[in-house]
Write a new protein. Structure first.
Length: 201
């Protein structure tokens, strides 16, 4: 489970998209949310958009691996697709906030790799949020105010990337993925492989 967190506008969504294009063994976890759909977003690709009652039901049925309230809306990770992907030996990429990351760490620390993406500067963060132009001015102001809060959690993450350049940041996350996949405990079947090597097979 690879988690990418950052304040809105730091570039995490673009990094995620490029990673998924390049890595066939990686699949995105599509969250449910109660927030309204933005222009250009696609149901089932960006999110599953559901109402507050349906969100509550999912929480009650324990159908969410983690969930949190962000900007006044419910966000959560459907459990089924993640368990299915992990069971099939695939890696799963999560674009979730620090609250969700903490919950995943509580339930599966060994399987979790967390990366926090920081913007190069406050000014650049504001520029990116405005350039995105998907949110109203009031929403941009609210997200800027929230950014400082979110960034206070950087030290809870395994890796920190300052996103000066998207392509460079993507390469860094790829390097993290490669190294983490090579960790001894993640290489299933290694005992058998080495035994066979030692026995000259
Ligand atoms: P946005 O509304 O801009 O798509 O996302 C707002 C924030 O919610 C982002 O920081 C994003 O990482 C976070 N988020 C998205 N999906 C989930 C989720 O399933 N769980 C949690 N905890 N946070 C989420």
């Amino acid at each position: 489970m690879l988690v990418l967190s950052s304040p809105s506008g730091a570039g995490k969504t673009t990094i995620s998209r490029r990673l998924l294009e390049r890595d066939a063994n990686l699949q995105m976890s599509v969250s449910v949310t109660t927030r309204p759909m933005r222009p250009g977003e696609v149901e089932g690709v960006d999110y599953y958009f559901i109402d507050a009652a349906a969100f509550r039901r999912k929480v009650d049925e324990r159908a969410l691996l983690e969930y949190a309230t962000v900007f006044g809306h419910g966000y959560g990770t459907p459990r089924g697709p993640v368990e299915q992907a992990l069971g099939a030996g695939r890696d799963v990429l999560f674009d979730i906030d620090w609250q969700g990351t903490q919950q995943l760490a509580e339930s599966a620390r060994q399987d979790l790799v967390s990366v926090f993406v920081l913007p190069p500067s406050t000014r650049e963060l504001e520029r990116r949020l405005k350039a995105r132009a998907q949110d109203s001015d009031a929403e941009v102001a609210r997200r800027m105010a929230k950014a400082a809060d979110e960034m206070s959690h950087w030290a809870e993450y395994d890796y920190i990337i300052v996103n000066h350049d998207i392509e460079d940041s993507v390469r860094r996350v790829e390097a993290i993925l490669i190294a983490e996949r090579l960790k001894r405990e993640r290489q299933i079947g290694l005992h058998e492989f080495v035994r066979a090597l030692r026995e000259g097979q």
